[in-house]
Design a protein around this ligand. Structure first.
Ligand code: TRP
Length: 339
C-alpha cells in the first residue's frame, strides 16, 4: 500500500546531537522507505512566537541546510516552506469550522501558557479572570493544532514522525478529520503518529536528556576542536582506569552506541569490562562522532554559504507539494459548498 509520510520542522534553536539521533535520523530513514514523503519547515507555526523577521528567516535557512546536509534528498522528498503552500491555510480555515473550541482549550501548549499566567498571579483566579489568564497568548498559538492538522490532512498523510510532545496534536488532527468525514463522507485520511523511541533519547553534558532548555547540548556542526572539548566535559566518576566499568550505566557509552557500528559497540563494551580510562572512552566517542559528522559539517557550511541554492530547493519543493495538495483541496471545497 502506498504510504505517505509527512513531518513539520520548527525552525528554532541550534540543532544538536539529540535532535539528530532522536528525530532527524529516524525521520530520514522513514522517508527513504515511504512511497511518498513531504517534509517542511513550519515557518507559520514559528510565527506564533518569533516576531523578528530576520531571525525567523535565518532559522529557516539554518534548519533547511541542516536537514539537507544530513542527507535529505530533495529529489525524493518534497521539501518546502509551509508558507509557500497557501492551500494549507485554506484547509486550516475549513477545518477550524469543524473544530470544537473546547478541544483547543485542552491542547497542552495552550494549557501550559495559561498555567504560567495562573502561576504568575499567585495561583488564584476566578472565572472573571479569564482575560488575564490569556495574557500574552495570541490566537495563532491557540489554534496552532488546527494549522498542524491542515499540514497533515492536506496530503492524506498516513504516518507522521514526531516527538512525544506532539502526540496530542496528531490525536487532534484525527479528531478533526473524523468530524469532517462524519458529515461529508470519507474524504480525509486519519494519520498515525510515529513517536520517536525513548531509547533514542541521548544524554546531554550533565547526563539529563540533551535539550536546549537544560543548556547541556552538543551542537551538531561544532568544529572538531570544540566537539572534542564538549565531549571531555561529560561528567565521570573518579574510578581509576584499571577498574572495570559498567557500560550500561555510562552516558559516554550510550552516546558511542548511537554512532558506532554494532561491532565497534561490542568492542568498547569489552574495554569497559576489562577497565578503561575515562579519557580513553571520551577519545573513542570523539572519534566516532567526528567520523559521522565530518561530511555533513562540510555540506552544511557549503549550503549556509549559498542561501540562494537552499531557497531554490525549497521553492521547487513547494511547487511539487502544491500540486499534490490539489486533490484534497478540490474534494473538500466540493464537499462543503456542493460545487
Ligand atoms: N508542531 C511541530 C513541532 O513543534 C511542528 C509541526 C508543524 C508539525 N506542523 C506539523 C509536525 C505537521 C508534524 C506534522 O515540532
Amino acid at each position: 500500500m502506498a504510504r505517505t509520510v509527512l513531518t513539520g520542522i520548527k525552525p528554532t534553536g541550534t540543532p544538536h546531537l539529540g535532535n539528530y539521533v532522536g528525530a532527524i535520523k529516524p525521520a530520514l530513514a522513514l522517508a527513504k522507505a515511504a512511497a511518498s514523503a513531504l517534509y517542511f519547515v513550519a515557518d507559520y507555526h514559528a510565527l506564533t512566537i518569533i516576531h523578528d523577521a530576520r531571525k525567523l528567516r535565518d532559522s529557516v535557512q539554518e534548519v533547511a541546510a541542516t536537514w539537507l546536509a544530513l542527507g535529505l534528498d530533495p529529489t525524493k522528498v518534497a521539501f518546502y516552506r509551509q508558507s509557500d503552500v497557501p492551500e494549507t491555510f485554506e484547509l486550516a480555515w475549513i477545518l477550524s469550522c469543524f473544530t470544537a473550541k473546547g478541544l483547543m482549550n485542552r491542547a497542552h501548549a495552550y494549557k501550559a501558557a495559561v498555567a504560567r499566567n495562573l502561576e504568575s498571579r499567585g495561583g488564584a483566579a476566578g472565572v472573571d479572570d479569564i482575560d488575564d489568564l490569556d495574557a500574552g497568548i495570541n490566537l495563532g498559538l491557540y489554534s496552532y493544532p488546527v494549522l498542524m492538522a491542515a499540514d497533515i490532512l492536506l496530503f492524506k498523510t498516513n504516518v507522521v514522525p514526531v516527538g512525544k510532545d506532539q502526540a496530542q496534536h496528531i490525536e487532534i488532527a484525527r479528531d478533526i478529520a473524523q468530524r469532517f468525514n462524519a458529515i461529508y463522507g470519507p474524504i480525509l485520511v486519519l494519520p498515525e503518529a510515529r513517536i520517536d523511541a525513548d531509547t533514542a533519547v541521548i544524554p546531554g553534558l550533565d547526563g539529563r536528556k540533551m535539550s536546549k532548555s537544560y543548556d547541556n547540548i552538543i551542537p551538531l556542526f561544532s568544529p572538531p576542536e570544540r566537539l572534542r572539548k564538549l565531549i571531555f566535559k561529560y561528567k565521570t566518576d573518579s574510578s581509576p582506569p584499571s577498574e572495570p566499568k559498567d557500560p550500561d550505566t555510562s552516558t559516554l557509552f550510550h552516546l558511542y552506541r548511537e554512532f558506532a557500528t554494532p561491532e565497534e559497540t561490542e568492542a568498547l563494551r569489552g574495554r569497559y569490562r576489562s577497565g578503561i580510562g575515562w579519557g580513553e572512552a571520551k577519545e573513542a566517542v570523539f572519534e566516532v562522532l567526528s567520523r559521522t559528522l565530518e561530511e555533513p559539517r562540510r555540506r552544511y557550511a557549503e549550503l549556509m554559504a549559498d542561501p540562494a541554492r537552499v531557497d531554490a530547493l525549497l521553492t521547487e519543493g513547494a511547487a511539487r507539494a502544491r500540486e499534490m495538495a490539489q486533490g484534497t483541496i478540490q474534494e473538500t471545497r466540493r464537499a462543503v459548498f456542493a460545487r
